[in-house]
Design a protein around this ligand. Structure first.
Ligand SMILES: *Cc1c(COP(=O)(O)O)cnc(C)c1O
Length: 451
């Protein structure tokens, strides 16, 4: 049989509501043409992010009831610690309320003026946390990763030559850590190969540099390795996950992705001295080291989510359902970042509306058009998100992120039809200009008007 089904039944349902075209017009004006400022109730299909938007399983909800809310040494903490140690092999596990809290702690310890942090592609909060300390965040993804139509199997890979050059030119003393984001969110949800991770590890060893993973989607990345990397087909996802983590000195994780929870994060470390310093910062702003700003019930749900995410029937369904959306759009002549990524499909907004110039934000313009037409919420990943200051992003993308275990195939079919209809009338899409923006991370709160 060819159909890959959702490997679950639905036990609880949450109604969604269609708005009228007039309502959506009013809502867009009130929100300053920024969908981060729209009420979620006014969205029909919400593809804003896959972060913290997933559905929990019955076992996770059972864990919520088991949650031990003791301040220190809660039973739920030890359940989580043991699960993370078992899945990742890391000895030291610090709980945080989400990924950026792990980043903030890590870069407060390793960042600082004059420092340079290389990555395949920094995620926006990672970049902001690095730059907040005065350090510089540098993206070194392979050339193929910057080309929307290139079907390289591991477009998240690091350009090893550019990494070597950076280390030579900047000097190893200015580089406190080399990061790799798996999968590469900002670069299109594209995976990184085991071979590339091993090569980066070797370069780090040669120059005595620590190597950290931004491992939010470690399970999806492992599935791609199993599917695409020679010699990996017969290995279990769990084994591949262990291999990947064994290469790193540490990891920052947002559990809102492959942790299959609505809130939570992790900071994984090996170095005892770094652990001591990180514990101090954790207590300062997050909470005690056995809860890190989370409730005991959140720790339980995260422990169970980390177990379910490495199940191969789940990963097969997950990656296949994202590819289904991407392949249908491609078949309709809509350019996406190829091949389809793990957690999202990224539409090439420059190709979609070539009449909107980059300074009129073609990605944001397409996001607005999708909401206006069909009540779908997507997010711009282009000049609005990354173009502040002197940055010029390589691509103007619109990300359709797929929440985990939330929408069925007919929801996705509706999204496909809507995008095809907007594409047929794409001449009508209007560019935007910014009327207000904050000093950083402007995409969250900036306001626009149609130009
Ligand atoms: C989501 C994400 C983060 C930040 O995590 P939050 O939980 O949103 O703070 C960091 N890196 C990547 C690659 C992400 O996708």
């Amino acid at each position: 049989m060819k159909t890959i089904i959702e490997p679950f039944r639905i036990k609880v349902v949450e109604p969604i509501r269609m708005t009228t075209a007039e309502e959506r017009e009013r809502i867009l004006h009130e929100a300053g043409f920024n969908l981060f400022l729209v009420h979620a109730d006014d969205v029909l299909i919400d593809l804003l992010t896959d972060s913290g938007t997933g559905a929990m399983s019955s076992e996770q909800w059972a864990g919520i009831m088991r949650g031990d809310e003791s301040y220190a040494g809660a039973k739920s903490w030890f359940v989580l610690q043991e699960r993370v140690q078992e899945i990742t092999g890391f000895p030291h596990v610090l709980p945080t309320h989400q990924g950026r809290a792990s980043e903030r702690i890590l870069f407060e310890l390793l960042g600082g003026a004059g420092k340079i942090v290389p990555n395949n592609n920094h995620f926006d909060t990672t970049r902001a946390n690095i730059e907040h300390t005065g350090a510089q965040a540098v993206d070194l993804v392979i050339e193929e990763g910057r080309q929307p139509t290139n079907r390289h199997p591991f477009k998240g890979n690091m350009d090893l030559g550019r990494l070597e050059n950076l280390i030579k030119e900047a000097g190893r003393d200015r580089i406190p850590v080399v990061m790799m984001t798996i999968t590469n969110n900002s670069g299109g949800g594209q995976p990184v190969s085991l071979e590339n991770l091993r090569a980066v590890r070797e370069i780090c060893d040669e120059h005595k540099l620590p190597f950290f993973l931004d491992a939010c989607r470690f399970a999806e990345n492992a599935w791609f390795i199993k599917q695409r990397e020679p010699g990996q087909q017969d290995r279990g996802v769990r084994e591949i996950v262990r291999d990947v983590f064994s290469l790193a000195d540490g990891a920052t994780i947002s559990a809102k992705k492959d942790g299959l929870v609505n809130i939570g994060g992790l900071l994984l470390l090996r170095d005892e001295e770094l652990v001591r310093q990180a514990d101090e910062l954790l207590i300062l702003t997050e909470g005690f080291i056995t809860y890190g700003g989370l409730a005991g019930r959140d720790l339980e749900a995260m422990a169970q989510g980390l177990e379910e995410v490495v199940h191969e029937d789940y990963l097969q369904y997950r990656i296949r359902s994202t590819a289904y959306l991407g392949e249908r759009l491609l078949a309709a002549g809509i350019q996406i970042v190829e091949p389809p990524g793990g957690h999202a499909i990224y539409v090439d907004a420059r190709a979609f509306c070539p009449h909107v110039p980059p300074e009129r934000f073609p990605g944001q313009a397409l996001v607005i058009a999708l909401y206006r037409h069909a009540g779908i919420r997507a997010v711009e990943i282009g000049s609005v998100m990354f173009g502040q200051g002197s940055n010029t992003p390589a691509m103007e993308l619109v990300r359709l992120a797929i929440p985990r275990r939330v929408y069925t195939q007919s929801h996705i079919d509706y999204v496909i039809e809507a995008i095809i209809e907007v594409h047929q009338q794409r001449d009508r899409i209007r560019g935007l200009e910014i009327t207000w923006e904050p000093p950083s991370l402007r995409h969250f709160t900036a306001r626009f008007r149609e130009a």
